[in-house]
Design a binder for this molecule. Structure first.
Ligand code: ADE
Ligand code: ZN
Length: 341
């Protein structure tokens, strides 16, 4: 058997968690057309193929424009349920045992869809996936950083009746010009109410934004964090504090954060002692779910089985699971490694 086949099988089977995934970014064109028809909404593309062909992005903003347009099709709780169920079925086939899912409430509430409509549909699918497939999950509600603090505050209030269904808050959307400092007050409030915090930082924005996310938003993880490598003392701080980076290889390539995967800094990050995980970000738009991300970066950087094993363990250790669960899941990875050699 050739090496590539072996590594693909190894990746497919290894137990893993996904920690950086936007549920709106899992909206496959086929489902988008189906839901659009059901809701009597006209999509500006004629066919699934034409829509897929539009998925070519020069930068993050190019992508966000099409991503928000796609999300406009989602109207009812059933729509959010179908979207979430499709993702959970997919990751079940990829041996994901735990996921922490972002959703963007403002994308929907700004169109008159209630917070309750959105979260009820997502939550129903998560509960079923736990019962049927044993996949555990947490929800992280993201604030859109290109909107103002007042809008984030209003969204937070809308979330309070559903707070038992939400593990944490995050920060996403157009990064440059929207630094973490803009959201210090809402993150202070969220932490005081018991929410965990994460933030996208250093995807297109400078290392300084990562510092702000750490110092001002007091995040437990940095989503992306690629640009941390421009600041040696920041990397030392991330290593010292054991702050994980949720890395998204195919996203980084599609959004031109890296020119080619062979130049992706993931391996270098590991060598520097950073705790990295591999994730799919917006798989319907970037050409692959979590296993395709593992495989593409493993091939590009010649990752070993040990590297992959380390990353899979990182994915559990960087999660918001309890220490007991983390230990159990680390053991599963060890058992998998032992029977695969
Ligand atoms: N929203 C969805 N995907 C995103 C990304 N990669 N960066 C920022 N915001 C996003
Ligand atoms: Zn993201």
């Amino acid at each position: 058997m050739d090496k590539e086949f072996l590594i693909e099988n190894f990746i497919n089977g290894i137990p893993k968690a996904e920690l950086h995934l936007h549920i709106e970014g899992t909206f496959e064109p086929e489902l988008m057309f189906k839901i659009a028809k059901r809701n009597n909404i006209k999509i500006k593309y004629e066919s699934v193929e034409e829509l897929r062909n539009a998925y070519s992005f020069g930068n993050l903003q190019d992508f966000l424009n099409i991503y928000y347009e796609g999300a406009n099709v989602l109207m009812t709780s059933d729509d959010f349920y179908d979207l979430t169920k499709a993702y959970l079925d997919k990751i079940h086939s990829q041996n994901v045992l735990h996921c922490e899912i972002f959703f963007d409430p403002q994308t929907h509430t700004s169109r008159g869809i209630s917070f309750g409509t959105v979260i009820t549909g997502i939550h129903k699918a998560l509960t079923e996936a736990k019962e049927k497939n044993g996949i555990s999950s947490y929800l992280i509600m993201c604030f859109l950083r290109d909107l103002d603090l007042e809008s984030a505050m209003k969204t937070f209030e809308e979330a309070i009746p559903f707070k038992d269904w939400i593990m944490g808050v995050g920060l996403d959307s157009a990064e440059v010009g929207n630094p973490p400092s803009k959201f210090k007050d809402i993150f202070d409030l969220a932490r005081s109410k018991g929410f965990m915090t994460v933030a996208h930082a250093g995807e297109e924005g400078p290392a300084e934004y990562i510092r702000e996310a750490l110092d001002l938003l007091k995040v437990s993880r940095i989503d992306h964090g690629n640009n941390s490598l421009h600041d040696e003392s920041l990397v030392e701080e991330l290593v010292r504090l054991k702050i994980p980076l949720t890395i998204c290889p195919l996203s980084n390539h599609k959004l031109r954060v890296v020119d080619k995967l062979e130049n992706h800094p993931l391996k270098k990050m590991m060598e520097m002692g950073l705790e990295v995980t591999i994730n799919s970000d917006d798989p319907a738009y970037f050409g692959g779910y979590i296993n395709e991300n593992y495989l593409a970066i493993a091939n590009a950087l010649n990752l070993s089985k040990e590297d992959i094993c380390r990353i899979a363990k990182n994915s559990f250790n960087a999660s918001f699971l309890t220490d007991v669960d983390k230990e159990l899941l680390n053991k599963k990875v060890d058992e998998y490694m032992a029977q695969s050699t």
